[in-house]
Design a protein around this ligand. Structure first.
Ligand code: ADP
Length: 490
């Protein structure tokens, strides 16, 4: 065997192929929408530095209606026009490049203008495709094409392309172009775009105003483009799908919140009446009660109180999601005062269980930047959980710790704890570690979501540590109001 060195001609060809491949890869990689993709792919084909065709376009295939659809450029009428357009475009491209270079020299983020330039560059080439058109807009010079597959014979250009893996050259008289004669001049080159979903469409390009023929090498490079384009297309489809799905989910989420909010409003009014009437009865304002009547009424009162909490929770989340947080205003707040304000409400939730709730104080507690009523709501939800997830007896403490300009507020309980795996999801809407558990402990998986949203609005932070069977610790962090800030008169 000989150690044959590639000759310079082969090396040059190899280099050109590498450049071409890189160009295809980079240009198509910038597409994130189908429209951009069509624009970029077609314009790369007519760019003389890449593939150098005279005209190129993509016809999409719609499986449901079994139709090839697209907007194709009619092309310029003469070779001279073609040359003139190309010259103009190259000049404009050069001017654009100079502009981009100038901006990049000044801009601290040099990459910022590049995608804009790329798109502008490709749309310039599309001008070449659209023809002269006497000052018409880009859209006017395009014509809608719609060809039903059923009407095509097996030899039709589109049918043959759709069925073949390999791209092919179509010579004059080779195959019927029925329905496409206005747009395609033979010889031309055609290839199909395939994605995981099936046939996406066909790419067509001709060299009617170019001197270089469509030979095997041109076909080989065209096949490259079609293969790469198919892979890129799949990414573009995936991105579009994901974006559409996300938008749909956001809409469903919004509708759900709206629905919950309406239902809760409707429930709140009759519930308030029920609670009010039960109080009237319990206070014996209507007449004396027997022991068993009193017992039954206390149960009605307990359950309706529970229902009221649930309704308030739902309304709270609807309010927070609907932008209710705009009312949050940061001001110096005394966190101990806010805590003491909330404690009686939480203590009432202990029921018959033996649970102590106490603040642990080491020196004075500084003022923090927060919103008073939002901070109280945060305290309420965290303490309510701490009490709720203690089975029979235990302890809840609130510790204040000053460090480097911030105040940590640690709410610690000796409850059932949360596993590492479940810690990740507890701030999500309606997330509950265990639905069966919730039957025992009550709640709807809303409290921590509200806490997170309120803290985000106040630029406070929260972290959680927990051990199953030992207890949990939720630590809030707020910036301390410095003496200097406090000295500034309002
Ligand atoms: P819920 O209304 O169910 O309490 P939250 O959003 O407040 O909803 O909490 C979500 C879930 O996180 C709870 O269902 C519970 O599983 C878990 N959790 C929250 N706080 C505690 C805690 N202090 N101890 C144990 N589990 C907790």
């Amino acid at each position: 065997m000989s150690d044959a060195q590639p000759n310079p001609q082969e090396m040059a060809r190899y280099q050109r192929e590498l450049n071409l491949l890189e160009q295809v890869h980079v240009a198509l990689g910038t597409a994130s929408k189908l429209d951009d993709f069509y624009l970029i792919a077609a314009s790369m084909l007519v760019d003389p530095n890449a593939f150098g065709y005279s005209r190129a376009f993509i016809l999409r295939y719609d499986e449901r209606s079994r139709t090839f659809l697209g907007r194709v450029g009619l092309g310029v009428q003469t070779r001279e026009e073609h040359e003139r357009f190309r010259r103009n475009i190259l000049e404009e491209t050069l001017r654009l490049q100079e502009l981009v270079d100038a901006i990049q020299q000044e801009s601290p983020e040099p990459r910022a203008v590049q995608p804009l330039y790329d798109l502008r560059f490709h749309s310039l080439w599309i001008h070449l495709l659209q023809g002269s058109g006497d000052g018409e807009g880009l859209n006017d010079a395009f014509r809608e094409v719609s060809v039903h597959r059923e009407a095509l014979g097996p030899d039709h250009l589109l049918e043959r392309t759709a069925a073949g893996i390999r791209a092919q050259i179509l010579n004059p008289g080779d195959a019927p172009l029925a329905g496409l004669e206005d747009f395609i001049s033979c010889p031309c080159v055609v290839g199909r775009l395939m994605t995981r979903r099936g046939l996406h469409g066909v790419v067509v390009a001709d060299r009617v105003y170019e001197d270089s023929p469509i030979d095997d090498e041109a076909l080989y490079h065209f096949q490259w483009l079609v293969n790469h384009a198919s892979v890129t297309l799949e990414n573009v489809e995936l991105v579009e799908d994901l974006t559409a799905t996300t938008q749909r989910l956001q809409e469903v989420d919004r509708l759900k919140t709206n629905f919950l909010s309406i239902v809760s409003h409707e429930l709140r009014t009759p519930l308030t009446s029920i609670v009010g009437f039960v109080h009237l009865l319990s206070d014996e304002r209507v007449g004396p009660l027997t022991e068993s009547q009193r017992d039954l009424l206390s149960r009605v009162s307990q359950h309706s109180g529970h229902l009221q909490n649930m309704v308030n929770d739902i309304l709270e989340i609807a309010e927070v999601e609907g932008g209710g947080m705009v009312n949050v205003e940061l001001a110096p707040v005394d966190p101990l005062g806010a805590l003491l304000h909330v404690l009686p409400k939480v203590e009432a939730r202990r029921g018959a269980r033996n649970i102590t709730i106490e603040p642990l104080l080491r020196g004075s507690v500084p003022m923090v930047w927060a919103d008073e009523s939002a901070l109280e709501r945060v305290f309420f939800h965290l303490l309510d959980n701490a009490v709720k997830f203690i089975s029979n007896e235990g302890r809840v403490t609130v510790e204040f710790l000053v460090r480097e300009g911030v105040l940590d507020i640690a709410i610690r309980d000796t409850g059932i704890g949360i596993s590492q795996e479940n810690l990740k999801g507890i701030f999500d809407h309606f997330y509950q570690v265990d639905f069966r558990l919730e039957r025992a402990y009550g709640g709807m998986g809303i409290g921590l979501t509200v806490v997170k949203l309120l803290l985000d609005a106040m630029t406070g932070r929260i972290r959680v540590e927990s051990t199953v069977g030992v207890g949990s610790c939720f630590t809030l962090t707020f910036p301390i109001v410095s003496d200097a800030a406090r000295a500034v008169p309002k």
